[in-house]
Design a protein around this ligand. Sequence first.
Ligand code: ZN
Length: 380
Amino acid sequence: MSPVPSALDIASDLIRMDTRNPPGREAECAHYLADLLAGAGLEVSCHDFAPGRTSLVAVLRGGGGEADKRKPLCFGGHIDVVPLGAKEWSVDPFGAEIVDDRLYGRGSTDMKSGVAAFVHAAMKLAADGARGKADIVLAICAGEETGCEGSSHLGRIGAVGEAGAIVIAEPTANYPFLGHKGALWLKVESEGVTAHGSMPERGVNAIYRAARAITKLEDFDFNVKPHELLGRSTLNVGTVEGGLNLNSVPDRAAFTVDIRTLPEQDHAEIVSGLEGYLGGESRIARIVDVGGVHTPHTHPWIREVHALMETVLDEEIEPRGAPYFTDASALTPACGHPPTVILGPGEMHMAHQTDEYCPVAHIRQAAEIYETLARRWRGC
Ligand SMILES: [Zn+2]
């Protein structure tokens, strides 16, 4: 068997593949990882949610009899990246250059380094042959940035089964985070009847309807208690569009709403609540619908993770929540709601930035943490 490539080498290879989403095109990246992991002895399956939009699931089988077998430990991450933005980069965004111990490139922080670190850890475990008493499952997803499309697909088709715990390798500077809010992004449309602008009494103005709805939303109350870790659910109207031209009564207007929810909130209930609240003048469509997740810091496995991380980071670990959503929104329910921690290399503020980079030391450290977590989970 060939030697295990370093997490840094894998991350660099991943950055050199352009997986900007839209359009995504994760297939090359997914097949590169599939070859690597299959070559190391993992069972690999690829799953496209659309042409070229490939996610993969890789399983490192554990040994032992059924009696003492534990549920798998699952590592999750995504291989799509966000667009480059309008500002010019001072480095090649797909060059994977290393300058001052920082690995530069789109996706270096969010989150190809995290994926590379757990791929490396799994390959190391495979190479040393100790089987332990649990499978290790890697869920490497396409289409996260536009609303967890790949991970939702993996959940829908049953490509990931039950797990005992999940590690999502999104950037946290390797600090363990215990959850995040969900995101419910809506498009709200109002219809009217067009007429000449000089005779507005002959039409029904869709913009007035939308404006009434928007004004009402400013006062919308979710009527839920703030979450101990994640705070309040929020609502923001982000964009408005409508009208044909200056001198017509508009027969259509639309606006978008970004709602961040708490893990216990039911999105279908929120939508029906909003429909009732806005009355019959608005039609609501869901654009992104991903739930929140949270594991209490008192959970025994979280205590184990915290104890490990206090040693690794040499600081006291307090319960924290992540500001962004992750594939945990889809993977945690698909795996039967096991405890879930978000922990990965890269500074959070570098995600989606111009000149994105990840400290090389984070990548090495993350790979070691993942290997330790996996060994402890399997008991070998
Ligand atoms: Zn991400």
